[in-house]
Write a protein that binds this ligand. Structure first.
Ligand code: ADP
Ligand code: MG
Length: 406
């Protein structure tokens, strides 16, 4: 999914994309449409999952410049308030929306001037209340009231201040409450100040109870050696090793064979019949290691897979979820292990952003260095004529064989 599909105004999309933000994270996908529809909402997802933009984007989308303070965002600390304003400034760069940041411990006069012109106010509760009592902040036009890190606001004893601030706002407004965890105390706010709130929660994409996910940081030239080491030392049942393209599938599988390992291989250049036969064999454990390109394995019902190895990652973060979903199926447990070298870090960062998953780093113990032989893979050996598979199409676009030359 991309931001355009969320129907956000072009100025905001442009600024987002300049900041490298193209696909909404899970919480953003859920929260933004609901916020746009005017719902009161409770948004819950882990730290780093993009909650600021989840409320910030629909606010920037909805607010009309110079029509008085229409949104108030409360945050527990000054640092957080500054951070939120910073994000809104970035994403609102091509709008005329003005943002005031209001917190204690600094002179009040510059804030008064900023508040007078602001469309959005971000602040800590104490100083916001101070302004309200001095009548240097008027919230009669307020349309959106946001509590970020609602839990922490409550934990830090701000609940009375928040309720006091609320008494200065119009009854009819949208209430948004965000946090990584939302405790019972937040319930009170919900009961007394929210109107049939909907809950947007970034649930895990995989059955985390059953799936353990790990990654190793490894030099590219040692990746293969680490893979072999892990295959030799992990207690595995059926294993799928995913590579992002056919060329790597062929290389890895040939190199594993050179280590006397019995492996099958599947990618989109193989005929449908051949692929089916390989899957059937693999299902019966002959052999019990399959090197696969993700598209070839997508949607196939493969049972008893105890381990998924990601030899490398593709650019599409969603694919990770598809890959690891091959294990820990139907109540079985599974392990997903991703080998990251420099070139995978970008893709991995995207995965961590987009999905609410717990992937832990492991340190490899010593392992012997093995040679990873170059294997000649012909690029245009289109042996199957016009029967071009989806894998082939993706080669055409990404040309991984060029990028991955080594
Ligand atoms: P949270 O409040 O959930 O802890 P933040 O809102 O602070 O998370 O976002 C964490 C980081 O992710 C920020 O640097 C933010 O700019 C970035 N980010 C937000 N949304 C996206 C997205 N859709 N794609 C990529 N990065 C994003
Ligand atoms: Mg946050």
């Amino acid at each position: 999914m991309i931001f355009q599909e969320l129907n956000i105004k072009a100025e905001v999309i442009k600024a987002l994309s300049e900041n490298g933000i193209k696909e909404p994270t899970s919480i953003q996908q859920k929260a933004i449409p609901l916020i746009k529809r005017g719902k009161d909402l409770i948004g819950k997802s882990k730290t780093g999952s993009g909650k600021t933009a989840a409320f910030g984007i629909p606010l920037l989308d909805a607010i009309r410049p110079r029509a008085g303070a229409q949104a108030l965002i409360l945050a527990p600390t000054r640092e957080l308030a500054i951070q939120i304003s910073g994000e809104l400034e970035k994403f609102g760069k091509y709008t005329d929306i003005r943002i005031a940041t209001v917190y204690g411990g600094v002179a009040i006069n510059p804030q008064i001037r900023a508040i007078a012109r602001a469309d959005i106010i971000v602040g800590t509760p104490g100083r916001v209340l101070d302004h309200l009592q001095r009548k240097t902040m008027i919230l009669s036009k307020l349309k959106h009231f946001v509590l970020d890190e609602a839990d922490r606001l409550v934990d830090m004893g701000f609940i009375r201040d928040i309720e006091h601030i609320l008494s200065y706002t119009p009854r009819k407004k949208q209430m948004l409450l965000f946090g990584a965890t939302l405790s019972r105390e937040v319930e009170r706010l919900k009961q007394s100040h929210m109107n049939h709130p909907v809950i947007a929660e970034a649930e895990s994409q995989v059955e985390e109870e059953y799936l353990e996910q790990y990654y190793y940081n490894v030099e590219q030239k040692e990746k293969f050696s680490l893979l072999v080491h892990l295959l030799n030392n992990e207690k595995t049942d059926q294993v799928i090793i995913f590579c992002s393209n056919r060329f790597m599938v062929e290389r890895v599988s040939k190199n594993l064979k050179a280590q006397n390992m019995k492996v099958g291989m599947i990618h989109g250049r193989l005929t449908q019949n051949k692929r089916l036969r390989i899957i059937n064999d693999f299902n019966r454990g002959r052999p019990n290691i399959l090197v696969a390109s993700p598209v070839a394995a997508r949607g196939l019902d493969i049972k008893g897979v105890s381990h998924i190895f990601n030899y490398d990652l593709s650019q599409d973060p969603q694919e990770y979820v598809h890959r690891v979903g091959r294990t820990a199926r139907a109540g079985e447990t599974g392990v997903a292990i991703t080998l990251l070298s420099q070139r995978d870090h970008g893709a991995f960062k995207q995965i961590m952003h987009n999905y609410d998953m717990n992937i832990r780093e492991l340190e490899a113990d010593k392992f012997p260095y093995l040679k990873f032989a170059q294997v000649q893979v012909l690029r245009n050996n289109n042996r199957f004529g016009r029967n071009r598979s989806r894998d082939n199409r993706s080669y055409g676009r990404h040309r991984p064989q060029r990028r991955n030359r080594y």
